[in-house]
Design a protein around this ligand. Structure first.
Ligand code: SF4
Length: 208
């Protein structure tokens, strides 16, 4: 099998509608991550969405379902969106990397953080999603998504919940990935949930 170019650009379609992009992304071989995953998990939502939420990569459940944010962490996200006054169906949800990266351990598929070259290889898909949707607001969920768009020196712990200067959208902020709530100690969960809601409220208020 030929080696991948570590760049999704050659796989972009001529027509850049969301439907055409999704169809083309299903056949992307831009990096090696397609080899072990079940399928490409492209973004989901309406072209007229005012808000884009960007996570890291699909998880085990998303990989099987072919849809973003359907696993256990998505329940945390859904709850936080409701509490912040944001309608999930009004948002476009996607990830910086569109294939599930994992390692097999004891019959389970354990998430692995994508490396920088994998994030960069996949970036053309996110750039096209942003161009088509042109959201008023962009929320980066977690360190991988934040660093992908703001560079490796970006510190999520320092800047979460701040309105950030960016050409990507009028309103841009970064917060934790909802999966961090589930990974942390149970006694911290309530505080983490409240902090996620507070960060999302910043965006809800800015959107008006
Ligand atoms: S992770 Fe992105 S660049 Fe790599 S094969 Fe999948 S869609 Fe293409």
């Amino acid at each position: 099998m030929p080696e991948e170019p570590n760049d999704a650009t050659p796989f972009l379609p001529e027509r850049r509608s969301l439907a055409a992009l999704r169809e083309a992304a299903a056949k992307c071989r831009g990096c090696h991550l397609w080899r072990n995953a079940t399928q490409t998990v492209f973004g989901e939502g309406l072209k007229r969405s005012r808000l884009i939420l960007v996570g890291e990569q699909p998880g085990d459940r998303e990989d099987r379902a072919g849809r973003p944010f359907v696993g256990p962490a998505s329940r945390e996200l859904d709850r936080a969106l409701v509490a912040a006054g944001i309608e999930r169906r009004e948002a476009y949800l996607t990830n910086v990397v569109k294939h599930f990266k994992f390692e097999e351990r004891g019959g389970r598929r354990i998430h692995q953080t994508p490396k920088r070259f994998e994030v960069e290889a996949c970036r053309p898909w996110l750039d096209e999603e942003l161009k088509v949707v042109q959201p008023e607001a962009l929320v980066l969920l977690g360190a991988t998504a934040s660093k992908a768009l703001f560079g490796s020196s970006f510190r999520l712990t320092k800047h979460r919940g701040e309105l950030l200067d960016s050409d990507l959208a009028d309103i841009v902020t970064a917060t934790i990935h909802p999966s961090a709530i589930l990974r942390g100690p149970p006694e911290d969960r309530q505080a983490q949930r409240e902090a996620l809601v507070a960060d999302l409220r910043v965006v809800a208020e800015a959107l008006g």
